[in-house]
Design a protein around this ligand. Structure first.
Ligand code: ZN
Length: 290
């Protein structure tokens, strides 16, 4: 099933909503990085947040999310843009921990304590950088805290990944509801009541419900403005990898030729391996002379 992003509004524009189904993207990441369930959940939740935050940007703007905790999963990095492209990786994809006290994957234990960093390339000279301490490690709460603290927007964030016993991704998705000024207490109470009663997004997705109907469970009068495709996409290419090799300098390349007679560079984000033979490395060196 094609993954998608929904942009919606409700209550006279006082609620801005984003919702995603990322099952296919997270399954592709699982396959590329060979993640075990705990890492699949942590990376997948961050990817869902990334796609939705990407949708808050414009045109050529991009953003990077870094979850830097001291837990065994290590760092999580996700890149997303305004056009629905996303990629990501996690330092330790095969960490396993016992289930938490609620019988769920212990994402907070895997992430640990640390910081959530948001870096936005808005096309200005300097990128925007925001960071907040990780308040939970379960990630949805951490993004909620980020929106409140760094962007002064009260939000409700849900992120989930449901992993099958065979480790494949059964469902992945989430939503971000942003509360803008103008809501009355009754409207907020009603929304909070519905949120408290909402079953996990992934259970609903797995049972065949789509994100629009999930949003309607929270705010009956929600109006979808746009539904668009989202996808895994890496920006790496042989040309970029060549530029990286060249930036290492002549000596480094000469060492590679002398020691291994070849080089292999692996892209962190997509795990694609780029091979360079002795002749190709020599060609790069020759090129650098000019
Ligand atoms: Zn790549």
């Amino acid at each position: 099933m094609q993954d998608y992003l929904i942009r919606a509004t409700a209550l006279g524009g006082s609620v801005r909503a984003f919702a995603v189904q990322t099952t296919g993207i997270v399954e592709e990441l699982r396959r590329r990085h060979d993640t075990f369930p705990l890492a699949t959940a942590a990376l997948g939740r961050t990817v869902s947040a990334g796609v939705m935050m990407g949708a808050m940007l414009k045109d050529e703007q991009r953003l990077t999310i870094q979850v830097k905790g001291n837990g065994p999963l290590g760092q999580i990095v996700v890149d997303a843009d305004a056009k629905g492209n996303v990629r990501g990786y996690i330092d330790n994809p095969q960490v396993d921990l016992p289930l938490n006290e609620r019988g769920k994957l212990d994402v907070a234990g895997g992430v640990g304590e640390g910081y959530l960093y948001i870096i936005k390339d808005l096309g200005l000279k300097e990128p925007y950088r925001g960071s907040v301490p990780l308040v939970s490690g379960e990630l949805a709460e951490d993004f909620t805290y980020y929106f409140a603290k760094s962007e002064q927007t009260p939000s409700s964030v849900a992120l989930g990944v449901l992993v099958s016993p065979d480790y494949s991704v059964q469902a992945s998705g989430g939503f971000i509801l942003q509360l803008l000024p103008g809501l009355n207490d009754d409207e907020i109470d009603e929304m909070e009541k519905n949120l408290a009663q909402l079953p996990p997004v992934t259970s609903l997705l797995a049972s065949g419900e789509d994100m629009e109907s999930i949003l309607k469970r929270i705010i009956d009068s929600v109006e979808v403005l746009e539904k668009s495709e989202i996808r895994f996409q890496c920006q790496c290419s042989r040309e970029r990898v060549e530029r990286t090799l060249i930036s290492l300098g002549r000596e480094e390349i000469q060492d590679m030729i002398r020691e291994d007679g070849k080089a292999e560079l692996v892209c962190h984000f997509c795990n694609e391996a780029y091979q360079f033979s002795r002749e190709q490395l020599q060609e790069l060196l020759d090129h650098m002379k000019r």
